[in-house]
Ligand binder design. Structure first.
Ligand code: ARG
Length: 419
C-alpha cells in the first residue's frame, strides 16, 4: 500500500513541484490542503491546479474565523510584535495550517504531512514543532529543505513534469493573510535598496496618498475591536476595512532587519495597515485604562509572547499561561480611540473609556482640582530618601557634590595615586 501524505498547498511553484516530487521520491499518494486565512486568492484555481499536478484529493478549508478568534484577537490583546516591528502575520498563520494538516492526515489515514518551507526560515520550525506536538506519530516532510533545487531548477523540473505554474511574474516571495503581507527576496535582499513601489499591494505609497488627513474611530470591548466610527462590524470585516482605510493613507509599510530563529539576519518588508493601526489604538486604550504596574508587567509578557509565537512555540504551555494573564488584563480595556492618518503616518488624537483611570479632578490646573498638593511634600521626603543618603556619604568622602562627574583635578589626583 502506498504511503499517504497531506501537503500544505498554496498553488505556487514550490508546493506544485512538491506534489510531483513526493510522488516520485516517496512513491506517495498526495492529498493537498489549502487554507483560507483571508489572503484573498482564487481558490478554485488552486484546486484545479492541485488536480492537474496529480494530487488524489484536495481540501480547501475556510479557516478565517478560527484564525481571527484564536490567533489574531489574542495577538491584538497582547500587542503582538516581534522586535518591536513585525506584527507576526505569517507567524500566527503557521500553527493553524499545521493544526489543519494534522486533522486532515488523521481523518484521511495519512502517515505523513508535508509543507513547502525551506531550511533557512522560521516557517519550517513553526510547522514541524506544531505538527509533532499535536501528533507525534506523523512524519513531517519538507521537500524544499531536502531537495536543494534552485528556482531555475524547479522551473525545469516543473516543465519536465508538465506542471502548470501560476503566471506570476512577481520578483518577490510573498506570504499573506488577513493580518498582513510578508514580502521577501528579489531586490529586497540588498538591505540598502529601497523597496520599489511595485512591492506593495495593500498600501498606497505615501506620496500618492490623499492630501488631507483621514480619521478613524476604533471601539474596543475587552481588548477586542468591535466598532468602526461607532458602528458595529464583524471582526473579519473590521480588519479588512482598516486594512483598506489605513492603506489608502499610506499607513502600514514596515521595513526592517529581522533576526530569524536560525541565526540569519534578513531584510523583511511587510504591509500591515490594520495591524499597525489597531495595535497602536489598543495600546493607547490600555494606557488610559490600566495601572502603571499592569502596563509595566504586561510589556514583558508581550515581549515573551511575541518571541514564543515568532519562534514556533505556539504550543508551549508558557504561551497558554501568558494568554490567560493577558485575558485578565483586558477586562477593563473597553473604549474608543480616534486615530488620525496622513501620508504614511498615524497618531492617536483622542480617547475615551468608561473605565478610564484619567481623572480630570486630579490632573487639572484649574481651581477645580481636588489633588492635595501638600501631601506631595511628605511623599517626596521618603521617595528620595536613599538617593539623598547616598549622595551625602559620597560627598563626605570626596568633598565633591556630584560624584558622577568629579572635577578634573580630582580624577588626575586619582590617576597619580594609581601610578
Ligand atoms: N519573516 C517573516 C516570518 O518569519 C515572514 C516569513 C514569510 N514566509 C514566507 N514563506 N514567505 O514570519
Amino acid at each position: 500500500m502506498k504511503e499517504r501524505v497531506v501537503l500544505a498547498y498554496s498553488g505556487g511553484l514550490d508546493t506544485s513541484v512538491c506534489v510531483k516530487w513526493l510522488q516520485e521520491k516517496y512513491d506517495a499518494e498526495v492529498i493537498t490542503l489549502t487554507l483560507d486565512l483571508g489572503q484573498q486568492e482564487d481558490f478554485s484555481e488552486i484546486a484545479a491546479r492541485s488536480k492537474a499536478t496529480g494530487a488524489i484529493k484536495h481540501f480547501q478549508v475556510d479557516a478565517k474565523e478560527e484564525f481571527l478568534t484564536n490567533y489574531v484577537l489574542p495577538s491584538i490583546k497582547t500587542n503582538g510584535m516581534y522586535q518591536g516591528k513585525y506584527p507576526l502575520a505569517t507567524a500566527l498563520g503557521r500553527p493553524l495550517i499545521a493544526t489543519k494538516l494534522v486533522e486532515v492526515a488523521e481523518s484521511e489515514g495519512a502517515t505523513a504531512v508535508a509543507h513547502g518551507s525551506t531550511g533557512k526560515g522560521n516557517d519550517q520550525v513553526r510547522m514541524d514543532v506544531t505538527v509533532r506536538a499535536l501528533d507525534p506519530n506523523l512524519k513531517v516532510i519538507a521537500p524544499v529543505r531536502e531537495w536543494n533545487m534552485s528556482r531555475d531548477e524547479e522551473l525545469v523540473y516543473a516543465k519536465k513534469h508538465g506542471i502548470k505554474i501560476k503566471p506570476s511574474n512577481s520578483i518577490f516571495s510573498i506570504d499573506q493573510n488577513l493580518w498582513g503581507r510578508s514580502i521577501e527576496s528579489g531586490p529586497l535582499e540588498d538591505p540598502n535598496t529601497e523597496p520599489p513601489d511595485s512591492a506593495f499591494e495593500w498600501v498606497t505609497p505615501p506620496h500618492k496618498a490623499p492630501d488631507s488627513a483621514g480619521y478613524i474611530e476604533i471601539g474596543f470591548v475587552e481588548g477586542v475591536p468591535v466598532t468602526i466610527d461607532r458602528s458595529e462590524m464583524n471582526g473579519l470585516e473590521l480588519i479588512r476595512h482598516v486594512n483598506q482605510f489605513a492603506g489608502r493613507y499610506g499607513v502600514g509599510i514596515i521595513d526592517h532587519i529581522e533576526d530569524r530563529l536560525v541565526g540569519i539576519k534578513s531584510r523583511e518588508v511587510y504591509e500591515a495597515p490594520a495591524a499597525l493601526t489597531i495595535i497602536e489604538a489598543h495600546k493607547d486604550l490600555e494606557q488610559l485604562t490600566l495601572t502603571r504596574n499592569e502596563l509595566d508587567f504586561k510589556a514583558g509578557v508581550e515581549r515573551e509572547w511575541s518571541w514564543l509565537v515568532y519562534s514556533g512555540l505556539w504550543m508551549d504551555p508558557l504561551r497558554f499561561a501568558l494568554d490567560s494573564f493577558v485575558r485578565t488584563t483586558q477586562r477593563r480595556v473597553s473604549g474608543t480611540i480616534r486615530v488620525k492618518l496622513y501620508k504614511g503616518g498615524l497618531r492617536v488624537v483622542g480617547r475615551s473609556s468608561k473605565n478610564s483611570l484619567y481623572t480630570s479632578a486630579l490632573s487639572t490646573y484649574t481651581k477645580a482640582s481636588t489633588f492635595d498638593q501638600s501631601s506631595a511634600v511628605g511623599f517626596i521626603e521618603l521617595w528620595g530618601l536613599q538617593s539623598r543618603i547616598a549622595a551625602k556619604i559620597a560627598s563626605d568622602a570626596t568633598g565633591e557634590k556630584n560624584v558622577e562627574h568629579p572635577k578634573r583635578k580630582q580624577s588626575q589626583a586619582l590617576k597619580q595615586k594609581s601610578k
